[in-house]
Design a protein around this ligand. Structure first.
Ligand code: HEM
Ligand SMILES: *[C@@H]1O[C@H](CO)[C@@H](O)[C@H](O)[C@H]1NC(C)=O
Ligand SMILES: *[C@@H]1O[C@H](CO)[C@@H](O)[C@H](O)[C@H]1NC(C)=O
Length: 296
């Protein structure tokens, strides 16, 4: 067994074990202990996005990474300090960083025009940092369809969830180093799109690696279905994006989301609630972190 497949096997067992615990997450978990938490998170996220639109995308991506590393327990946290201190003012020591991130991700989607949903809360924070998990569980943009599918399956997420959740790439930016191989070497890409991206991303690695391009070339700060329209016209920015529409089994689902933003939104909500349920720490496990960046 390779290191990666062993990790997948372990995480798979953990997420099976976690499904019964996941029942303990509930939308009313803070009804008595911190009824103000949702307003506190929303107002900080609103002003953060008003200042810098990309912040919404960064928070949503952080939530994805947090959930995939070892369950949604705030491992690998980097942002969110401002939200944490606002929440601490309302109810000190009560709300986990993992829940703050889950709420902040929902708020980011809503503020940028996407669907709303009730966030299940009651997670606790991990007592281990687990940065090493990140590389094994988070799919690289070079992943092919089968690898993407198996990394999502390892978290209990279906191929359908994978395609719907990837619609998060309707917002945000990516660095040249993550899409260089796709725009220079792949054939499943529109020619004029490839050349326009090449002009901002030099062929030779080491030069312009951090140059940015929008994941959705049309509306990178609006959460809607144009990500899927790009895929159908072979204008996915990442190799992994275009894999979802490349004469494979998920072409029909992508086409469906092109035709129906409403169906995309419904499936995205189903997927992100499932993602938030991955192996949470609950009850007396874990801790409520004082500082979201580190273990107490
Ligand atoms: C299907 C597998 C996925 C792969 C291979 C992938 C890969 C990537 C890569 C390479 C970037 C650009 C990072 C950079 O260059 O700095 C990115 C950005 C992003 N990803 Fe994904 N991702 C995947 C799924 C998801 C999911 C499920 C979500 C959330 C539900 C998500 C949300 C985002 C967002 C919002 C950004 C933009 C971040 C920003 O602008 O700061 N991704 N992703
Ligand atoms: C995909 O999986 C195969 C087999 O497990 C592995 O050899 C390959 O390196 C993986 N590719 C990527 C891009 O993850
Ligand atoms: C394209 O593929 C060739 C041959 O596999 C490789 O040597 C080269 O580094 C690749 N170029 C990019 C930009 O990924």
């Amino acid at each position: 067994m390779t290191v990666r497949s062993r990790t997948i096997a372990v995480i798979f067992l953990l997420s099976l074990a976690g499904t019964s615990l996941a029942q303990q997450l509930s939308t009313s978990f803070y009804s008595n202990s911190c009824p103000g938490v949702f307003d506190a998170v929303r107002s900080v996220i609103e002003s953060a996005i008003a200042k810098e639109k990309r912040m919404g995308a960064s928070i949503l991506r952080l939530f994805f990474h947090d959930c995939f590393v070892q369950g949604c327990d705030a491992s690998g946290f980097e942002v969110i300090d401002a939200v944490k201190s606002a929440v601490e003012k309302v109810c000190p020591g009560v709300v986990s960083c993992a829940d703050i991130l889950a709420i902040a991700a929902r708020d980011s989607v809503v503020i940028l025009g996407g669907p709303n949903w009730d966030v299940k809360v009651g997670r606790r924070d991990s007592t281990t940092a687990s940065f090493s998990g990140a590389n094994n569980n988070i799919p690289p943009p070079s992943s092919g369809f089968a690898n993407l599918t198996s990394l999502f399956a390892a978290q209990g997420l279906s191929q359908k969830d994978m395609v719907a959740l990837s619609g998060a790439h309707t917002i945000g930016l990516a660095r040249c180093t993550n899409f260089r191989a796709h725009i220079y070497n792949d054939s499943d890409i529109d020619g004029s799109f490839a050349s326009s991206r090449q002009s901002g991303c030099p062929r030779t690695s080491g030069s312009g690696d951090d140059n940015l391009a929008p994941l959705d070339l049309q509306t990178p700060t609006l959460f809607e279905n144009s990500y899927y329209k790009n895929l159908v016209s072979k204008k996915g920015l990442l190799h992994s994006d275009q894999e979802l529409f490349n004469s494979g089994p998920t072409d029909a689902q992508v086409q469906c989301y092109v035709n129906s933003r409403r169906t995309f939104f419904a499936d995205f909500v189903t997927g992100i609630i499932k993602m938030g349920d991955i192996n949470p720490l609950t009850g007396s496990n874990g801790q409520i972190r004082n500082n979201c960046r580190r273990v107490n």
